[in-house]
Design a protein around this ligand. Structure first.
Ligand code: HEM
Length: 155
């Protein structure tokens, strides 16, 4: 039996975990915490985000290995790619670059400020994280839709 369905299943599950996690955090958890005291609200993100970020790193590694695995062994290389895979690759790499920026700059600064008790600084950094998710969430929804349906648009 071909390995391809297993590899694509892993690829899809990684996309669901990353994009679904962003949707839950941004669209549901964030508004639900709106009326809490800053220490309480920021403290919750301090606990939730590192747990989510471990899954995002795992999802990114899985998307890259499985995605380029299918490109190389399924499509026989970069010369034969249909447009939807090129689009997915481009927007997917943009999402990964934005996430890496978010993780290494605002997230680390948030953690440092929060752990020193500087709540105003931490809130500023959390605002930057929110702005990046405002871009990365629609990009993730778009990339998922393109990946899943891209091959059918020409029919
Ligand atoms: C960045 C590098 C990526 C590469 C090289 C890549 C490559 C691929 C390839 C070759 C396919 C099979 C497409 C087909 O044969 O029609 C695929 C499917 C898919 N990709 Fe990606 N992908 C990448 C990133 C992403 C990202 C970031 C997401 C979503 C967040 C995503 C979501 C999907 C989905 C939902 C499918 C459909 C799976 C299926 O229906 O079998 N991909 N990808």
């Amino acid at each position: 039996m071909s390995l391809l369905p297993w590899v694509l299943a892993l690829h899809t599950l990684a996309a669901v975990i990353w994009v679904g996690g962003m949707f839950f955090a941004h669209m549901l958890l964030r508004p639900a915490l709106g009326d809490r005291q800053p220490a309480d609200r920021l403290g919750l993100w301090r606990q939730v985000l590192p747990r989510f970020f471990r899954w995002v790193w795992l999802s990114i590694a899985t998307l890259l290995v499985t995605g380029y695995g299918v490109v190389l062994w399924g499509y026989g290389g970069f010369g034969n790619l249909p447009p939807h895979v090129d689009i997915m690759q481009t927007t997917g790499l943009m999402m990964m670059a934005l996430y890496a920026y978010l993780f290494f700059l605002p997230w680390r600064a948030f953690r440092r400020s929060f752990d020193k008790g500087e709540l105003a600084g931490a809130a500023g950094q959390l605002g930057k994280i929110r702005q990046i998710i405002t871009i990365n969430l629609p990009l993730g929804l778009f990339t998922t839709a393109v990946g899943a349906t891209g091959g059918f648009w020409t029919y």
